[in-house]
Design a protein around this ligand. Structure first.
Ligand SMILES: Cc1cc2nc3c(=O)[nH]c(=O)nc-3n(C[C@H](O)[C@H](O)[C@H](O)COP(=O)(O)OP(=O)(O)OC[C@H]3O[C@@H](n4cnc5c(N)ncnc54)[C@H](O)[C@@H]3O)c2cc1C
Length: 453
């Protein structure tokens, strides 16, 4: 159906697919199939379904919860070849594309029309729109613009048995009837394979102001975040990078000129029409200084702005210099609780003798404590797991939840009962069964094991 070259079964080539961005889990798939079109994907799914073989959809494998991993005997159906932008429709501010298109490529294609695609995961140069739809991904600028679900107006799905189904489309809002697009966005690749996507585009902002606040501690930077929001300002982004992360970035090719003796840096960005932006930036600067910033820098031009963002967006990659493995945690807490929760995370990391770097979407209260480790060291891995569990419990106790944007996948199934009651989990199981009655589509993800009677 897809050509011999696009069916991978050799162990060496399968290695690429045994993990995603969360390297602690390694599950080699039985095979990987790479269709090039919706019709090919549909044919592949029909065949696998007839044989009773479980399938797992996969984009670029940058996911951070193990969602694209194949349980034993499962076949991965990847979207690497489904990478065409089918149409950009400037008058309606829409685009239609295949799911394997990389996030930044979509904005690159829209830019000549004065448009862009707003959700910007830090991994945007590598992750796919299909993966973004599955995870309902966010990004630094989602503080102002909202996450993926706001920008998906139509989907074509290949169901578990291969049937092609179109939902939404041509910019329609789901006012009439149930919001089926909304149901599928964020379903973590557990309902159906997304084979075509229609997205909403936005006009490029007229102007941007980017600030970098330098603080003695991450807690002070978090206080500045609360102050900026409390001031009634609406930045496009508010991102914190702590000392350990700053040092890793500055030692790498992504060095952005952040001072390495600083306790934390806070990136504050405003965008929109020219008028009023300087005043917003001035007020945010005053908030930072009042919260204890020792210095607030302003990017003077596009090159300086890019350098500031490069430091933030490549932070995870830079940490590869410090340790071979990184567990990127993801949880949210109410913004006002950030200073206290960050303090407790620091205490947990000291108690377990682990290095934890924090780089996160502070404006959303979306924390990413990144635990550095070497998975070959079993004893260290155990400490990582215990610390991770405690961090999750602290976030939930503070009124937060177990994921802000990376999803539950395999990694957080065990935490689901911390935030959902038995009835709610049963209801989710019911929804999953409507799409996938035989449990053949991305099994073993998101929902916890059934409780023993
Ligand atoms: C350095 C780094 C930074 C990151 N920063 C962010 C960030 O700022 N914000 C954020 O939200 N995430 C971030 N992530 C996480 C990750 O990039 C996102 O979850 C992304 O959307 C995953 O896309 P992918 O193409 O790599 O998907 P994969 O990892 O391949 O898959 C992710 C999930 O989507 C499903 N899936 C993939 N394609 C399809 C499809 N066509 N149909 C149905 N299901 C599908 C898979 O089954 C799996 O469950 C980051 C990751 C890294 C490594």
């Amino acid at each position: 159906m897809v050509g011999r070259d696009h069916v991978i079964t050799e162990a060496g080539r399968l290695l690429v697919y045994e993990s995603d961005g969360l390297s602690a889990y390694r599950w080699p798939p039985r095979a990987v199939v790479l269709p090039a079109s919706a019709e090919e994907a549909s044919g592949v799914l029909r065949l696998l379904h007839a044989e009773g073989i479980p399938v797992v959809p996969r984009g670029a494998g940058t996911g951070l919860s193990g969602g694209a991993l194949a349980p034993e005997g499962a076949v991965v159906v990847g979207t690497a070849r489904m990478n065409r932008i089918l149409a950009v429709d400037p008058p309606n501010r829409l685009a239609r594309l295949q799911p394997g298109v990389l996030n930044t490529r979509l904005s690159d294609a829209a830019r000549p029309f004065g448009l862009y695609y707003a959700p910007d995961p830090s991994s945007q140069a590598a992750c796919t729109i299909g993966g973004n739809v599955a995870e309902n991904s966010g990004g630094p600028h989602c503080l102002k613009y909202g996450v993926t679900s706001r920008y998906i107006s139509g989907l074509t799905l290949a169901m578990v048995d291969g049937e092609l189904v179109q939902i939404g489309g041509a910019g329609r809002d789901p006012e009439a009837g149930y919001d089926l697009v909304g149901l599928v966005v964020g379903s973590e690749g557990c309902f159906a394979m997304v084979v075509e996507v229609e997205v909403r585009l936005l006009p490029l902002p007229e102007a941007v102001r980017t600030l970098l606040g330098i603080f003695e501690s991450v807690e002070d930077a978090a206080r500045a975040v609360t102050a900026v929001i409390g001031e009634g300002l609406l930045p496009a982004a508010l991102e914190i990078i702590d000392q350990g992360t700053i040092r890793a970035v500055e030692a790498s090719v992504y060095a952005a000129g952040y001072p390495t003796d600083a306790g934390a840096a806070l990136v504050v960005e405003f965008d929109g029409t020219q008028a009023g932006l300087d005043e917003d930036a001035r007020r945010a600067e005053a908030c930072c200084l009042a919260a204890g910033a020792r210095e607030v820098r302003r990017a003077r031009d596009a090159t300086e702005r890019l350098a500031l963002w490069q430091g933030r967006k490549k932070a995870f990659g830079a940490m590869g210099r410090v340790a071979p493995d990184l567990l990127v945690q993801d949880a949210t807490v109410p913004r006002t609780r950030l200073p206290e929760v960050l303090g407790r995370i620091g205490e947990i990391s000291r108690r377990y003798d682990l290095t934890v770097g924090n780089v996160f979407h502070a404006g959303d209260g979306n924390l990413h404590p990144n635990i550095l480790f070497d998975r070959r060291n079993r004893e260290e891995l155990e400490r990582v797991e215990k610390a991770s569990k405690e961090i999750m419990a602290v976030c939930v106790e503070a009124g937060g939840t177990i994921t802000g944007e990376h999803g539950v996948g395999v990694d957080k199934r065990g935490y689901m009962r911390l935030v959902h009651g038995a009835d709610e989990i049963e209801a989710m199981r019911g929804v999953k069964a409507v799409f996938d009655p035989r449990g053949l589509f991305n099994p073993g993800k998101v929902l916890p094991d059934e409780e023993a009677p």
